[in-house]
Design a protein around this ligand. Structure first.
Ligand SMILES: *[C@@H]1O[C@H](CO)[C@@H](O)[C@H](O)[C@H]1NC(C)=O
Length: 384
């Protein structure tokens, strides 16, 4: 019974506002089959762990799916603690999660690779990111065209919070897989959730390798997203390396996406300098951002951080910069949000949404310090 409830928690997406929702996904949560054999959960203690842990897990899953729903929760993560600090409940739960989905529909996991849709969605929904959009499209196009490539595609997204990194990953998921983020081909790793305790590193290493192997065996084109990649313990690189390196034995074409704010200051400086020189933001090219960004990533205490290590090892195919957002972009986010909620909006309303956001640097007040992050929340409170 509680299984069904949780399932509904995950899929009831009403109220999010990324300016988009697939009509064909609308009713998917309505016919949830019961988890068909009670024998699947063995042992009462695990069941208890599971119920305690599940709420937070679902919250986090929800945060990834609809980031604007979990503003303010962000900082509670570091203090999370599992009931008995073990991986097991989480593993059980994610198994269960896959099982329920598998039971429903064997076509989950179907690959669509709709590049037209990808281009369209990125262009329409990710605001102010001509560089990122261009790089994502060209990298994916090239990768998907090279059939039977032995090298996985590794993208590293960099930029301030709220600039669209998560949204871009979500749009990729939606257009490359029939069931978007619910696809069996996709695994999202969130360090505070999946690797919270340094003392459990050996277990995490084994689990990470196991999970990646499982998805890779099940799916011809797995997608792995690592959120807050700079917080992923570097020790886990050992588990990742075999999958990231080219190998004859790879039977699937994996895509890895690492998200982090590392190097964001390097990007922001480039954007600010362009503005100060009176040049258009759209004139910024990857050549302009590449060096400062890579320098900033590498400078960050050598090999302490996963993205730095990946870059040093030459494993990143594209370093993708997300520029800081200006007023006009944040307004577009606000507009999307009104539209997604079916609310009418006026210029005054949009103005009001961005009015209280913090813009930096102090003098120019040019870039939104939190990107589009607080926009949905603001509109929600305006409605009240
Ligand atoms: C690809 O995406 C576009 C835009 O969302 C859509 O119109 C089109 O039908 C999709 N194509 C396929 C084959 O799904």
């Amino acid at each position: 019974m509680w299984g069904t409830i949780l399932f509904l928690v995950v899929f009831s997406s009403a109220g999010h506002c990324n300016g988009h929702s697939r009509p064909d996904n609308k009713d998917q949560h309505e016919e949830v089959p019961a988890v068909n054999n009670g024998a699947w959960f063995t042992g009462v203690p695990q069941m208890q762990d599971l119920t305690e842990v599940s709420w937070e897990y679902m919250q986090d899953l929800q945060c990834w799916l609809w980031p604007e729903k979990c503003e303010g929760d962000q900082h509670t993560h570091s203090s999370w603690d599992w009931p008995n600090a073990e991986w097991k409940p989480l593993q059980l739960l994610s198994d269960w999660y896959s099982r329920v989905i598998e039971d429903r529909d064997l076509t989950y996991g179907r690959i669509t690779n709709n590049l037209t849709g990808l281009q369209w969605d990125l262009g329409r929904r990710v605001h102010g990111q001509h560089l990122a959009v261009g790089l994502i499209l060209s990298s994916l196009e090239k990768f998907l065209r090279e059939d039977g490539s032995k090298k996985p595609l590794t993208l590293s997204f960099h930029g301030w919070t709220g600039t669209g990194k998560n949204l871009a990953a979500k749009i990729i998921a939606e257009n490359l897989y029939k069931d978007g983020q619910k696809s069996l081909c996709i695994r999202v790793f969130i360090p505070q959730l999946h690797f919270p305790h340094l003392s459990h590193m050996e277990a995490y290493k084994a689990q990470l390798a196991k999970q990646i192997t499982e998805v890779t065996l099940r799916c011809l084109q797995p997608l792995f997203v690592f959120d807050e990649a700079d917080k992923i313990p570097v020790a886990l690189l050992d588990s990742l390396l075999p999958f990231l390196r080219p190998a004859e034995t790879h039977k699937s074409q994996s895509i890895f996406i690492f998200l982090s704010a590392m190097g964001a200051n390097g990007i922001n400086e480039v954007a600010l300098n362009f503005w100060r020189a009176g040049r258009h933001r759209e004139e910024i090219t990857a050549d302009d951002t590449d060096r400062p960004l890579k320098a900033a990533i590498k400078r960050k205490e050598g090999d302490m951080f996963l993205p730095s290590r990946l870059l040093q090892e030459g494993l990143i195919d594209a370093v993708v910069p997300f520029l800081p957002l200006e007023r006009a972009h944040v307004k577009l986010c606000a507009r999307d949000c009104f539209v997604a909620r079916g609310l009418p909006y006026t210029e005054t309303a949009l103005q009001k949404v961005i009015q209280e956001l913090l813009f930096v640097p102090k003098e120019e007040q040019l870039f939104s310090a939190k990107g589009c992050k607080l926009v949905a929340q603001r509109i929600y409170f305006m409605e009240l």
